[in-house]
Design a binder for this molecule. Structure first.
Ligand SMILES: Nc1ncnc2c1ncn2[C@@H]1O[C@H](COP(=O)(O)OP(=O)(O)O)[C@@H](O)[C@H]1O
Ligand SMILES: [Mg+2]
Length: 333
């Protein structure tokens, strides 16, 4: 039975199933962040997590946020983070953008399409028995039933699962599955329960990233200034063009995001200059600085705007959010 979905649409958030949260890790020299526990929380017996039932008993309560999510958005804006290269900040961008938007009161769903499931692991949500990969290959079920609440108000996730890798390896050359996510997403889009759906992609340009782009209104391409960054970016832009020509003509560019740079160095300032000259208007004005808070925040499972609101990184994310909000897609195409 769907956890927050039934035939008539989404149910109030209080119906959301278990969310397992791992204990916050100790960070050296840093005060651990305590998350409030709800002693009244009922954890159903069928609660399953990748780390076993022990964690489920420490689960955060979805009961703390009972606002209905039914029909809250005029449009649901779907954005995917994509780059062939790993380590450029796709997951970091997805999480901090989603967390920052959720803090502003937007209803946000993150779909973790990376088989590693790093984003959901960092906030302590693990796939249930039926997972995203099952639905993408056509299993009976409803994508809405995979939506899980998190300890961050207004932020929901569909966890990534390891079988997404099998999905890509088995069916990567087939056109049959290239719009699986897009088709499944219609179940959620028709109810418009979310203002934003952000999709975190793996570092590849295969079936998974293709599915994300087929389902999205826009892409954000995080890039870094590393030696191979420009080559990966060119490949990524080429695939975006192919998807636009063959599958999703409405796919727009929200922006290229230079991440993890230190503009105090001549080298990184030159990188920024090169990107701005070559990519012209496609670059976000915002640049995300190299910051220790990036790792800290993801280890604590908190967006940086919450973990270190006065840090340079948090300021950069607030500026990025303003830019993203100003770049509405054309919903008609
Ligand atoms: N602005 C940044 N400053 C410092 N570290 C960063 C920054 N952005 C990302 N990182 C770190 O780089 C690593 C890779 O980032 P991640 O978002 O996982 O990349 P991807 O999803 O593209 O593989 C992570 O450890 C992350 O914390
Ligand atoms: Mg990632």
């Amino acid at each position: 039975m769907p956890e927050i979905w039934n035939e008539t649409g989404p149910l109030p958030i209080g119906h959301v199933g278990p969310t397992a949260v791992r204990p916050a890790p100790e960070l050296s020299g840093q005060k651990p962040v305590r998350r409030p526990e709800d002693p009244t929380r009922h954890v159903p017996a069928h609660s399953r997590t990748a780390d076993g039932p022990g964690l489920a008993s420490r689960a955060r309560s979805p009961q703390t946020d009972r606002r209905p999510i039914v029909g809250s958005a005029d449009h649901t804006r779907v954005i995917c983070m994509i780059n062939r290269k790993g380590g450029v900040g796709k997951t970091t961008t997805t999480f901090n953008l989603a967390g920052g938007l959720a803090q502003m009161g937007k209803q946000v769903l993150v779909i973790d399409m990376d088989p590693m499931g790093s984003l959901c692991r960092s906030i302590g949500v693990f796939p249930a028995e039926q997972a995203l990969s099952d639905l993408l290959i056509g299993a009976n079920g409803n994508l809405g039933a995979l939506v899980r609440s998190t300890h961050i108000p207004n932020l929901f996730v569909i966890p990534g699962d390891p079988n997404l890798r099998t999905f890509e390896m088995r069916h990567g050359t087939s056109v049959v599955y290239r719009e699986s996510l897009s088709n499944r997403l219609q179940e959620i889009l028709k109810w418009k329960p979310f203002h934003f759906i952000l999709i975190d992609c793996p570092p590849s340009l295969g079936l998974i990233s293709g599915n994300a782009m087929a389902a999205a209104h826009q892409v954000i391409v995080p890039v870094d200034g590393s030696t191979y960054g420009m080559g990966a970016l060119m490949d990524t832009l080429g695939i975006i063009r192919l998807v636009r020509e063959n599958v999703n003509e409405g796919l727009g560019m929200c922006g290229l995001l230079l991440n993890n740079v230190n503009l105090g160095t001549v080298y990184d300032r030159t990188i920024l200059d090169v990107f701005r000259r070559r990519m012209r208007g496609a670059m976000f004005q915002t640049v995300i600085p190299t910051s220790p808070e990036a790792d800290e925040a993801s280890q604590l499972g908190e967006p940086v705007t919450q973990h270190a609101p006065s840090s340079w990184m948090a300021k950069a994310y607030r500026q990025l959010i303003e830019e993203v909000l100003a770049k509405e897609p054309n919903y008609a195409t």
